[in-house]
Design a protein around this ligand. Structure first.
Ligand SMILES: *Cc1c(COP(=O)(O)O)cnc(C)c1O
Length: 364
């Protein structure tokens, strides 16, 4: 079976881990500092605050944007649940805006409808889904007009670019995940980026019990710290990221070329001047066909996945909070039709060929 995801672990990861073990400094330490600085620089942001995972990175981003109980935060319903859960952690209310069915990302036209209807929106979390940047010109225009804090959930988009600028650098705060299956990983891990020095200081308190100095605690904080061990893996992974991304893009190009004449598949769209980093290579098939198609792929040794089969507001916990079906029809339709194929950098050329042949051999 060709797996949908596979972390790559090389000799440098082992070497740096051993250095950390030998140093006996396993919690916060110099590897964390080095990792923060190099990842922030890579993304074109001034400050990086490494922390436990992508979810804590989002929570920290919301807190440094001043999101408080009762505030409204607009986001897409077509993402991993952590995007909207992080809003709930703050006691704030997620408000959902529909997606563009072509890109799967939040539709600026739908976002503006929500901003007009809902007064006093404190913040907006956009998600660069599957590794494709959102329409940043349109979103930054709305930010200027409606004056909300902007957060980028970049958990799937390490190195993605919009008009030659890397994601994570467009907003008041952004969040990345280094979970084992992301474009680069530290096992579990995350980072919050910001360009604001005050926000940087507050974020460091948020992830460290609210600490200000050794034994003074001036704000409510958590233990969201990243370990030196995880950061050591991250430093090694960063050196490979550009090569891995190039492989993901090459694999996606091969699929696009091979599938373009197949009537039953809609291949992913990459608008001009966007750099899609293909965390997922996601196609659409007819809802009525999807189950059969995926079973056929599995029978032919091709692992595949659905990201995501339910919009967030239809999850049982959100239903309990009072959300009803039908808020975002484009997202609900996408949830019925998407299928992701393996696109990760550990695929062999023969894997890519086998995946292409399997898909082409599917007879409806
Ligand atoms: C992975 C992911 C998260 C959460 O990251 P974790 O490290 O798993 O906590 C949040 N948002 C999106 C879009 C993700 O893909």
């Amino acid at each position: 079976m060709i797996n949908i995801a596979a972390p790559v672990i090389g000799n440098e990861e082992r070497k740096f881990i051993n250095e950390v073990l030998d140093s006996k400094i396993l919690a916060s330490g110099k590897y964390v500092v080095e990792f923060e600085q190099s990842f922030a620089k890579y993304c074109g942001a001034k400050f990086g605050i490494a922390n436990a995972n992508g979810t804590t990175s989002l929570h920290t981003a919301l807190l440094i944007c001043g999101v408080k109980p009762g505030d409204k935060v607009v986001t897409t319903p077509f993402s991993f649940i952590a995007t909207s859960n992080s809003i709930l952690f703050c006691g704030a209310k997620p408000v959902f805006a529909d997606i563009d069915p072509e890109t799967f990302n939040i539709d600026p036209v739908e976002l503006e409808k929500v901003l007009k209807r809902e007064k006093n929106v404190k913040a907006v979390i956009i998600v660069h889904l599957y590794g494709l940047p959102c329409d940043m010109d349109a979103i930054l225009r709305l930010k200027k007009k409606y004056k909300f804090k902007l957060i980028e959930d970049s958990c799937q988009a390490h190195g993605a670019e919009y008009k030659n600028k890397r994601v994570g650098s467009f907003s008041d705060a952004s969040a990345f995940s280094f979970y084992a299956t992301k474009n680069m990983m530290t096992g579990e891990g995350g980072i919050t980026l910001t360009n604001n020095a005050k926000a940087d200081k507050y974020a460091r308190q948020v992830i460290n019990h609210g600490r200000d100095g050794h034994s003074t605690f001036t704000v409510l904080g958590y233990n969201y710290r990243l370990t030196n061990l995880a950061a050591a893996i991250g430093i090694a992974q960063m050196k490979q990221l550009d090569d891995w991304t190039a492989k993901r893009i090459a694999n996606a190009d091969a699929y696009n070329e091979a599938f373009k004449s197949l009537g039953f598949i809609k291949t992913p769209v990459v608008p001009l001047n966007y750099r899609h980093v293909f965390h997922q290579y996601t196609i659409r098939v007819k809802a009525s066909e999807r189950g059969k198609f995926m079973q056929y792929l599995k029978d032919n040794g091709v692992g595949c996945g659905i990201y995501y089969d339910t919009v967030m507001y239809k999850q049982p916990y959100y239903k309990k909070l009072g959300y009803k079906s039908g808020i975002c029809p484009n997202a609900e339709q996408a949830a019925k039709e998407v299928v992701s194929l393996p696109v990760h950098p550990s695929l062999y050329k023969t894997d890519v060929e086998n995946i292409i042949n399997a898909v082409k051999g599917y007879k409806k």
